[in-house]
Design a protein around this ligand. Structure first.
Ligand code: UDP
Ligand code: MG
Length: 325
């Protein structure tokens, strides 16, 4: 077997050709200062630009680089999951390819890990160069999730973090089809701590997280860590019946003791619309969970790898076993 690897850096990549080279260089600079063996594990999540060729070119020159090419775009969270499946380091660092997460924070994370923490996550103290909408929606999402979730998930924390191999071993045992990795890591437990940083702006290219993907991530986060939306149906039902009862009493009172003739039409239409809305909303909510249960039941593999380059053959065999789950 090849030499033991101390640090694995997992980097999900989706159409990042403008920034890949810079990213590789900055990561290499930082990792070299740590004075231990490391691997840079790029997960190419079905990029349709030149990322694939660039990654293969980098890999051909640098024995510390491994590359996984997915057969298509499976999404950021799945790319991280695959990276963790294939990472062999004692500590695994997950970082975005676009340099919004500064690689220079890694040595600080490593120090905390050496102090005995199994998870060191990077908490965003500030976010630069992102739209008001992105910042506001992210902030609301983290707070709603923290309130709803049965597992305490730290706010303002993305997937930039260091995890001990113990955590990665546990992550590999979670086979959720729509994983919300940061929630899973909180759920696993052990000793976790934060380091603060200011999130830089994206230097090249644009976000690969359009609104649609952001909404999917938020709903995955909420549905995999909270049943509250499902329970909401019963709460709304009770509230609605309460309101209905009050209204019934009002009508009875009017009928018996006043001479007001109730025209009726407006109130009926309003009630219809409101309750239609509630019913559809609750049905949709149930659908979100049901759809996810259906995906679990189908039990398809979470990702398909087209090509894996630069891995130690023995380790690749082990990792493939993980990846089939
Ligand atoms: N990414 C990915 N698959 C996707 C979308 C994004 O692997 O379907 C990667 C992307 O290349 C980047 C990271 O996930 O390394 C975070 O994406 P992005 O920077 O676009 O998100 P943002 O910082 O805008 O939230
Ligand atoms: Mg980014």
């Amino acid at each position: 077997m090849a030499n033991k690897i101390t640090y694995s850096v997992v980097i999900p990549v989706y159409n990042e050709e403008e920034v890949l080279m810079a990213s590789y260089e900055r990561l290499t600079d930082v990792m070299e200062t740590l004075g231990a063996s490391y691997e840079l594990l790029f997960v190419n999540d079905g990029s349709r630009d030149g990322s694939r060729d660039q990654l293969d070119a980098i890999q051909a020159l640098d024995p510390n680089v491994r590359v996984l090419h997915f057969s298509r775009n499976f999404g950021h969270q799945i790319a991280i999951t695959a990276g963790v499946d294939y990472a062999s380091g004692e500590a695994v660092i997950v970082i975005d390819a676009d340099l919004q997460d500064p690689p220079e924070l890694i040595p600080e994370m490593v120090r905390k890990w050496q102090e005995g923490y199994q998870v060191v996550y990077a908490k965003r103290a500030a976010r630069k160069g992102e739209s008001f909408f992105k910042k506001a929606s992210a902030s609301i999402f983290y707070r709603v999730l923290a309130k709803l979730s049965d597992t305490p998930i730290p706010v303002d924390t993305g997937d930039f973090r260091l995890m001990d191999k113990k955590i990665c071993a546990e992550l590999r045992r979670l086979h959720e089809k729509n994983p919300f990795v940061r929630g899973q890591v909180s759920w696993i437990g052990f000793k976790q701590t934060a380091v603060e940083y200011s999130r830089d702006e994206r230097l090249y290219g644009e976000t690969k997280y359009p609104l649609k993907k952001m909404i999917k991530l938020s709903i995955d986060g909420i549905t995999s860590f909270s049943y509250l939306p499902l329970k909401l149906a019963s709460y709304l039902g009770v509230a609605a019946s309460g309101i209905g009862l009050l209204y019934m009493l009002t009508i009875l009172f009017q009928k018996l003791f006043t001479s007001v003739t109730v025209p009726g039409w407006a109130s009926i239409v309003i009630i219809q619309l409101v309750f239609f809305g509630i019913i559809l909303f609750v049905l949709g909510m149930i659908g979100e969970y049901l759809g996810r249960m259906y995906e679990e039941a189908k039990d398809r593999p979470r990702y398909i790898i087209d090509e894996a380059n630069g891995f130690d053959a023995h380790y690749l065999y082990f990792a493939r076993q993980q990846g089939t789950k």
